[in-house]
Design a protein around this ligand. Sequence first.
Ligand SMILES: [Zn+2]
Length: 288
Amino acid sequence: MRIFDPHIHMTSRTTDDYARMAAAGVLAVVEPSFWLGQPRTNPGSFTDYFDSLLGWEPYRAAQFGVVHHATIALNPKEAGDPRCVPVLDLLPRYLDKDRVVAVGEIGYDSMTPEEDDAFERQLALAVEHDLPALVHTPHRDKARGTRRTLELVAASGIDPGRVAVDHLNEVTVGLVSGTGCWMGFSIYPETKMSPPRMVEILRRHGTERVLVNSAADWGVSDPLLTLETANAMLAAGFDEDDVDRVMWRNPVEFYAQSGRLDLTGLTAAEPSFAEPTFAGSSIKRGGE
Ligand SMILES: [Zn+2]
């Protein structure tokens, strides 16, 4: 089984996770830029993070035979902080880089006018840079947030087939299914979507334009919940081709729209656990 996790925050994960993922067949990941928990106080803090997503993290992933791409954006959680908003002016230079396969995560957290503004500006950047957009929907007031998201997407003029609306559930999937946008689902260990609930959604809505991710980050999360969902699909009577479509071909199709998805490393790379070096650092010694 081959798995492509289209939304995972590997910055927050250890090399143990990469080893477990590779062993489980998670061979490709996309890491959206997001909120680090600790509020950032200036745009330079973002650029260091973006550089890490495009330099250090793909290098680290490659040691385990995992191909890593990223999406770049000012995330919704910090979009209302005037100290962070100037990063919007720095985004164009990142959106031109090779490993950037979408603008994201953009969207709503609390649905403030400031978030409207950052969301609109970044949808326009996606159009301008000919990139797909990865859109986070809020965890509170999700139905209203999803409706407003779809209004903004429609008004932006972006092709809906180039938009993934993420963190959907049973309540919001129906709002998105007829729009032409892709439907993203994050599977969590405790709250929100679980593998059995995901299987039920696949039964009702089919496998077309569906993306399943672990959204694993610094919170309670599990990078192997994609595998668990795949196994739950098989146990429920989906066949291997259905699983391959949802877990591999769909994310490939969505991100390939960037023209930058490069999976050639998959055949070339031999997983190596030898002591690697990168810009004077060593993975074995971690962050020293
Ligand atoms: Zn995320």
